[in-house]
Design a protein around this ligand. Structure first.
Ligand code: 2RA
Length: 329
């Protein structure tokens, strides 16, 4: 496969190259793509050096797959150009996620919806991916009515500037700010911009994308998305109300048999998911699984994943793997 990685020098792009290499994705030619100021730079992939090219050059090289992690406006402009020459685009931005003609894919859940005609495929938001991976098998068995989620999100979700802000503040250095406020020794209850209803865009992504991925508009999701001075991954406290009753032991069993999930839930040994453990891992970790004793048919759990891996790069590469395995590219 001739594969273009658009945004190859960014934070997600770098993890993308790492994941493609680790999983031995069948690449015959790698095309690292970035904005004008990175063109000509060298990147290393599997021991070889590659020169970064611009978007127009990449189009002319006719890749079979292009994985985009370059922001919404680049995707809106360039994904259709790649698609028009027959490239299949897997896009990490929010540009196409809610487009009714585009599939929003978490491979373990809905990759079977993909066909050869899908030339722009959307990768969901990081905080949505890790949550729906756990919700999907439970929805199948118990029918989810409502989800109340609070997130505890890593600065890596914002990008390199935010990581630098945290490191500078920690070291007492005055530097550039990615956030309106200090993040070191602080918590910011705002991720992305506010929408008219008083929720942030990140919160509404969790609501809208969950319905689309699970193909069920009847699921109610209410979210509070929060940024913490954390690096290794996003954490989520998830409260789920089912239509039917359940056994906690069955929930544990279902989740532990779900591909991509590791149940880490032994309170006697103080075992529960944390960003420290999830960092650099491809799986979603679920723990603190317990009955919500305040109302019937309701469950609490704690979900952690590396937002740059399963929340972005790994999910995108899994989509590409599915396309190759099913001869859809
Ligand atoms: C964040 N969800 O963590 C975003 C990244 N896509 O800010």
């Amino acid at each position: 496969m001739k594969v273009a990685v658009v945004g190859a020098t960014g934070m997600v792009g770098e993890v993308m190259l790492q994941v493609l290499s680790e999983r031995n994705f069948p690449i015959t030619e790698l095309i690292p793509v970035a904005s004008a100021r990175s063109v000509g730079k060298e990147i290393e992939f599997k021991g070889n050096k590659y020169k970064v090219v611009g978007l127009q050059t990449a189009v002319e090289m006719k890749p079979e797959i292009a994985i985009f992690s370059a922001g919404g406006s680049t995707s809106l402009e360039w994904a259709p150009i790649f698609a028009s020459i027959g490239t299949t685009v897997i896009d990490n931005s929010s540009a196409w996620r809610m487009d009714p003609d585009k599939k929003l894919v978490v491979p373990e859940i809905n990759a079977s919806e993909l066909s050869k005609d899908d030339k722009i495929i959307a990768n969901p938001n990081c905080s949505t991916i890790q949550m729906v991976l756990a919700l999907a098998p439970l929805h199948k068995k118990y029918t989810i009515k409502r989800v109340v989620v609070s997130t505890y999100q890593s600065v890596t979700g914002t990008g390199v500037k935010a990581v630098k802000q945290l490191e500078d503040e920690y070291a007492g250095i005055e530097g550039e700010k990615a956030y309106k406020y200090q993040i070191h020794k602080n918590i910011i209850p705002q991720i992305d911009v506010f929408e008219a209803n008083g929720y942030t865009k990140e919160e509404m992504k969790m609501t809208r994308e969950t319905k689309k991925i699970l193909s069920d508009d009847t699921i109610h999701v209410t979210a509070t998305a929060v940024r913490l001075p954390v690096m290794g991954g996003h954490s989520e406290s998830v409260n789920v109300e089912f239509g039917n009753d359940y056994e906690v032991a069955d929930v544990r069993k279902i989740l532990s048999e779900t591909p991509g999930i590791i149940v880490q839930d032994n309170i006697d040994a103080f075992e529960y998911p944390m960003p420290l453990f999830a960092h650099n891992k491809d799986e979603v970790f679920v723990g603190r699984i317990r009955r919500d004793e305040s109302q019937p048919n309701t469950l609490n759990m704690w979900i952690v994943a590396d937002n740059l891996r399963k929340g972005a790069a790994t999910n995108a590469v899994q989509i590409a793997e599915y396309l190759v395995a099913h001869k859809l590219v």
